[in-house]
Design a protein around this ligand. Structure first.
Ligand code: FAD
Ligand code: UDP
Length: 364
């Protein structure tokens, strides 16, 4: 790699590859069409002085020592374990469903074995487990499915759980113990000074130049050797086979002056009420002390920025067509949630980007 590398996208995928290449002595130019770095993990201080995540709540968690070590070069951490409540018929219950959820919802007093026996009694065994409906019915049965999953999933995806691949609902465990953490990964923490600061540090290298507000379509590629592309893969190929579906969201941010705490945990899910899926209160995530509090509601929608690849059979078949084209693009690497069309968490994107960078370095 003698000519500089062009990296399209300054999110986790692009910034990780940029830093790895730069550390190995290569020159890289990172562009992003948005006016800022950090991709969907971008955070900023709102008009009231509260640190908020512009594109919805981002909670870092990983089991990967390698990813943790890499990011720890660019930030200190604030330990944080995310907790979520799900509101059903006006009452808030621990979510993911655990033993306390069952006991509170049904007025029971189950112990661990009792909770396991309960799930065994109510579950609807499915074989094979293909869809998200199968996953949930197979583990917790119809009543809990209808109370916590069915309408949330319809709202979030605009689809029936039976049309969504198993992996979507399989993100949510079912527990017979009373662990009420959303994640159980070994490493769970928030960047102490925020994500944007962590990205600034990652991109702060003499071999890296960053240009925000620049679209790939407006860049002269001939000045560059390799391209690392982290945007939507169908857009790269001019939507040749038709548009891949991505789910979008509208984020409604609100500041509540003189409210010390709006809700008891970081996120409250509303499976059956409202047009939004959940409310997140940032102070839980960041630990920031303030006289007021800032929250965000997420309204799912079809149109808008692409946030989620939609894991259905049809979309994955269409993605495969684009993936085949991508594998024939000699000097382009496709990496990240939009380019690989995978429902990746942040740590998985970093993991994929570290692998992509290593491959690139070994080619040169
Ligand atoms: P992105 O962050 O999307 O970055 C791609 C960048 O490419 C964008 O900034 C875009 O502007 C730019 N780009 C695209 N096309 C072009 C172009 N033509 N020219 C120039 N630039 C272009 N993960 C977790 O681990 N924990 C969480 O709690 C969590 N919460 C989430 C909540 C929400 C609401 C969403 C939407 C995602 C969440 N994620 C979470 C997932 C996380 O956001 C992603 O895994 C991660 O940000 C993806 O990084 P990326 O670099 O692949 O993509
Ligand atoms: N889900 C649900 N009810 C909930 C929370 C999640 O039905 O209260 C389902 C829904 O289909 C959702 C998926 O589980 O899209 C994954 O949830 P997660 O919280 O991991 O979604 P993300 O944070 O990625 O939006």
């Amino acid at each position: 790699m003698t000519a500089p590398t062009l990296i399209v996208g300054a999110g986790f995928a692009g910034s990780t590859v940029a830093r790895e290449l730069a550390d190995a002595g290569h020159h890289v130019r990172v562009i992003d069409k948005r006016p800022h770095i950090a991709g969907n993990a971008f955070d900023e201080t709102d008009a009231h002085g509260v640190l908020v995540h512009r594109y919805g709540p981002h909670i870092f968690h990983t089991n990967s020592e390698k990813v943790w070590a890499f990011l720890s070069r660019f930030t200190e951490w604030r330990p944080y374990e995310h907790r979520v409540l799900g509101v059903v018929d006006g009452k808030a219950y621990p979510f993911p469903i655990n033993r306390d959820t069952l006991n509170q919802l049904y007025g029971l007093d189950l112990d661990e074995a009792g909770a396991a026996a309960f799930f065994e009694r109510v579950r609807e065994p499915r074989e094979p487990v293909r869809s998200s409906e199968d996953v949930v019915l197979n583990s917790v049965g119809r009543d809990l499915y209808e109370k916590f999953f069915l309408n949330y999933t319809r709202k979030q995806w605009g689809m029936e759980p039976s049309q969504l691949k198993a992996g979507v609902a399989a993100r949510i465990p079912t527990r017979t113990n009373t662990d009420d953490r959303y994640f159980t990964d070994t490493f769970q923490a928030m960047p102490l000074h925020g994500y944007t600061r962590m990205f600034e540090n990652m991109l702060d290298h003499p071999n890296i130049t960053v240009q925000t507000g620049v679209d790939f379509a407006d860049v002269d590629r001939t000045a560059f050797g390799h391209v690392v592309y982290t945007g939507p893969i169908d857009a790269y190929f001019g939507h040749r086979f038709g548009a891949l579906l991505y789910r979008s969201l509208r984020f409604a941010h609100e500041h509540l002056p003189d409210v010390v705490q709006h809700q008891p945990v970081g996120t409250v899910n509303y499976p059956n009420d409202h047009a939004y899926t959940r409310i997140t209160e940032f102070r839980h995530l960041t630990g920031q002390q303030h006289t007021g509090t800032s929250i965000v509601r997420e309204y799912p929608q079809a149109e808008g920025d692409p946030y989620y690849p939609i894991p259905s059979d049809d979309n994955e078949a269409l993605f495969k067509q684009y993936e085949a084209l991508a594998s024939n693009e000699e000097n382009v690497t496709f990496v990240g949630r939009l380019a690989q069309y995978r429902y990746y968490n942040m740590d998985q994107v970093v993991g994929a980007a570290l692998v992509a960078a290593e491959r690139l370095l070994h080619r040169s």
